[in-house]
Design a protein around this ligand. Structure first.
Ligand SMILES: Nc1ncnc2c1ncn2[C@@H]1O[C@H](COP(=O)(O)OP(=O)(O)OP(=O)(O)O)[C@@H](O)[C@H]1O
Ligand SMILES: [Mg+2]
Length: 245
């Protein structure tokens, strides 16, 4: 039997009167990387909002570790082990890298020993957060900022990490660093769900590929197969042929 970290079944969700997700089904196997691709407005980020509790599903279920999380608050979902690195989430520029990372451990701030343990774990995965701990986040390059954002998301030791376009706006070297970190997370047993515009990069990192269109999953399967499918490349993925690292 497959060991599923997350199962979404028949999920409907939207904003105001409009429905964006129209019966979405998605299964994530524990310790693997899944990449969602699809055109602008397909509902990719909306899937993340539903998983992280920012948007309540109107129908369907979201099971995390076998437990329904569809009705929980964002705080409860975060503490249950799901962290999100959102699209363009800003760090606090006046605060140091260390302080920014500490914010990710806010929920465990009273447990000094645990906090210390988590800081060590995060430093092991993202060494620059200790190497440059006292520097202001505002002075960092885009790639360095992204690493700090990921480090912050790792502070609660999440079992599932959601990353919305982690390579966006980064130079190739930084993209390679983010990719390496995603691989480290998965080998460490975490489940990673990525949204990527850079299809080659995303499918390279992933084992499972998901193509979304108009609030539904159009295709799901082996990531390598999706990256190589010329029909999909021309139908949905204008940037498929773009060279990547
Ligand atoms: N806060 C909101 N209020 C109203 N409508 C929204 C909101 N956020 C998204 N939408 C709409 O929901 C649909 C899906 O948006 P979503 O952000 O999930 O798409 P996406 O696949 O992530 O697109 P992109 O590739 O541009 O990031 C779009 O039609 C969008 O206009
Ligand atoms: Mg989006």
């Amino acid at each position: 039997m497959r060991d599923l970290a997350l199962t979404m079944s028949g999920v409907e969700a939207g904003y105001g009167g409009g429905l964006v997700l129209q019966g979405l089904n998605l299964e994530l196997e524990r310790g693997t990387v899944t990449c969602i691709v699809g055109p602008n407005g397909a509902g990719k980020s909306t899937v993340f909002r539903v998983i992280s509790g920012l948007l309540k599903p109107r129908k369907g279920s979201v099971l995390f570790g076998g437990k329904e999380i569809g009705g929980l608050s964002p705080g409860e979902i975060l503490r249950s082990g799901i962290a999100q690195v959102p699209q363009n989430r800003a760090l606090f520029p006046e605060m140091t890298i260390h302080e920014n990372v500490l914010l990710g451990g806010y929920a465990i701030r009273r447990d000094r020993a645990l906090l210390k343990e988590r800081l060590a774990m995060v430093a092991d995965m993202v060494p620059m957060v200790v190497e440059r701990a006292r520097e202001h986040a505002g002075n960092l390059s885009g790639g360095q900022r992204r690493m700090v954002e990921i480090a912050r998301a790792l502070m609660l030791d999440p079992a599932l990490v959601l990353m919305d376009e982690p390579s966006l706006g980064l130079d190739p070297k930084s993209v390679a660093k983010v990719a390496e970190l995603v691989r480290t997370m998965a080998t460490g047993g975490r489940t990673v769900l990525l949204i990527e515009q850079n299809v080659r990069l995303g499918m390279n990192l992933a084992t499972q590929g998901v193509v979304m269109e108009q609030g539904q999953v159009r295709l799901t399967g082996d990531a390598a197969g999706i990256a190589d499918n010329p029909e999909i490349a021309t139908m949905y993925l204008g940037k498929a042929g773009k060279p990547t690292t």
